[in-house]
Design a binder for this molecule. Structure first.
Ligand code: GLN
Length: 511
């Protein structure tokens, strides 16, 4: 395989080629490292590239395959790891100054499972500080740029992971989703992102944002690739107390099948209308037509409490943030400033947290501390929890009637860098469609469904399924992917990116 064939291949194809020994993992890994070298100065998807480590991992996989060992379908395939996953000995910052230079003494369960599957970790990707944001502009290390238009946001918090896929710097990436951080970046970069059922993937060794909502999940350019990665990382982990002890849903089988005949799909009435870009609505409706053509039955479903989801999320999430981030006290962890021997411990803690955290993190710690304070606890945190139950009940009622629910993944396409920085509420609205599934803990994914006519930027189609029915998310995603490929006469949306003008600055044209 030549350089472009490697970069443009799917992870499934690369895994098969490596297993067949038509290409080595070292060759594949080197091609992606070279691509990172060539384009990441512009995209800034990575915070840390571990070239030596990746090549050593790749060489070890090649040696095992040459020795006749049978490994999994993704063995030897490279991946970009969100900088929120602990990887032993590798700098892990979660996008924060406070963790600059920290090297975890252990691997996250996800990291370990990736390595056990023979997946080669290229490096750590950029993200909003502690995963708080929708644009990656809250990273302490500068924003990531959307490969479709370098002046636009790649989504957040996992903008680095999504952008690395769209820039063909990696065929696979890992994200975490607390309110949409896998799905919204997937939507605005034309890539696939799935938030598994809460408890379906392990949070052990994932730097915590809001523990009752956080969930690791796969990011890829195709539905099958995401499913293959999902299967690697999912499954019970005794080290995570909220991990579900149940079989992993048959996601790969569903992604291969894509059969939606007779499937009942419910459009959520509340997730559309005012505030949604016309091109987003248009592509969403066209995708529904394709699914209808593929044999699905489409109905409209009301989930009346979804309109309170954003408000409740911005009470529950900050409450958990304020508690989780208390550990960065400059004593056990993190940046320490002002420790001159004359200051008290409290002063050093306060100065260090003031210097180590960015504005958005401080805003949420304050909000959460307030929501949890005695006298306000019931009014804020308590009522938000009650809203959470009502959202859960809306889902339960809807899933009595339909197999999956659908909506746009986010109301607009990628906005300009800087456009929403001064307006937190506008920024928070990026998560209107994604938050309900975090609140209820069910499975949900975003799939590319075309480019908005008004700006030529990617639109994401969200599929939500009941808890532990993650396979339905992939089934619908695969059906859509297939129908769209027929219509476009190309592969994926990112193939259109590579074949278009951007192919030049993304180093995807023959020299
Ligand atoms: N954008 C959302 C927020 O800022 C979601 C973050 C996430 O999923 N980690 O909270």
């Amino acid at each position: 395989m030549n350089r472009l064939e490697i970069l443009r291949a799917t992870a499934a194809e690369l895994g098969a080629a490596i297993a067949a020994r038509t290409v080595t993992s070292v060759e594949v890994t080197r091609a992606f490292l070279d691509q990172i070298e060539a384009v990441d100065g512009r995209v800034h998807a990575f915070l840390h590239v571990d070239a030596a480590g990746a090549l050593a991992q790749a060489a070890a996989i090649d040696e095992r395959l040459d020795g006749g060992e049978k490994l999994g379908p993704l063995a030897g395939v490279p991946l970009a790891l969100k900088d929120i996953f602990c990887q032993e000995g590798i700098p892990t910052t979660a996008g924060s100054k406070t963790l600059e230079g920290w090297r975890p003494p252990y691997d996250a369960t996800v990291t370990r499972r990736l390595q056990e599957a023979g997946i080669v970790i290229l490096g750590k990707t950029n993200m909003d500080e502690f995963a708080m944001g929708s644009s990656t502009e809250n990273s302490a290390y500068g924003p990531t740029h959307n490969p479709w238009d370098l002046d636009r946001i790649p989504g957040g918090s996992g903008g680095g992971s999504a952008a690395s896929l769209a820039a063909f710097e990696a065929p696979l990436a890992m994200g975490t989703d607390t309110g949409g951080s896998i799905r919204q970046p997937g939507a605005v970069t034309g890539t696939v992102g799935v938030k598994p059922t809460y408890g379906g993937t392990s949070r052990y060794g994932v730097i915590a944002m809001a523990s009752s909502l956080d969930q690791p999940g796969p990011c890829a350019r195709t539905v099958l690739d995401a499913a293959l990665l999902h299967e690697v990382i999912a499954g019970h982990d005794p080290a995570d107390s909220t991990s579900i002890d149940a079989p992993v849903p048959p996601v790969v089988e569903a992604a291969r099948s894509g059969d939606v005949t007779g499937l009942r799909i419910g459009i959520v009435t509340e997730l559309g209308g005012e505030g949604y870009a016309p091109g987003v609505e248009q592509r969403f409706r066209e995708a529904l037509d394709l699914l209808r053509e593929a044999g699905a039955e489409i109905v409209e479903v009301s989930c009346p409490h979804f309109r309170y989801a954003l408000g409740a999320y911005y009470l529950i999430m900050p409450s958990e943030v304020s508690s989780n981030l208390a550990r960065y006290d400059a004593m056990r962890y993190g940046l320490r400033v002002g420790d001159d021997g004359a200051r008290s411990t409290e002063e050093v803690m306060s100065l260090s947290r003031a210097a180590g955290f960015g504005d958005e993190v401080k805003r949420r710690i304050m909000l959460g501390t307030y929501a949890l304070s005695s006298g306000y606890y019931d009014a804020y945190y308590g009522s938000a929890q009650r809203v959470r139950t009502l959202i859960d009940q809306d889902f339960d009622a809807a899933f009595q009637d339909v197999d999956v629910l659908v909506s746009p993944a986010t109301p607009t396409t990628a906005f300009k860098l800087g456009e929403r920085v001064a307006d937190p509420l506008a920024m928070y609205k990026s998560d209107l469609c994604t938050i309900p599934s975090n609140m209820a803990g069910n499975a949900a994914g975003s799939f590319p469904c075309g480019l908005a006519p008004e700006d030529g930027l990617p639109v994401g189609f969200q599929v939500m399924a009941p808890p532990l029915a993650d396979d339905r998310v992939y089934r619908v995603g695969a059906a859509l992917e297939r129908k769209l490929a027929e219509r476009w006469g190309t592969g994926t949306l990112t193939d259109q990116l590579a074949d278009g003008e951007a192919g030049a600055y993304l180093n995807l044209k023959e020299a």
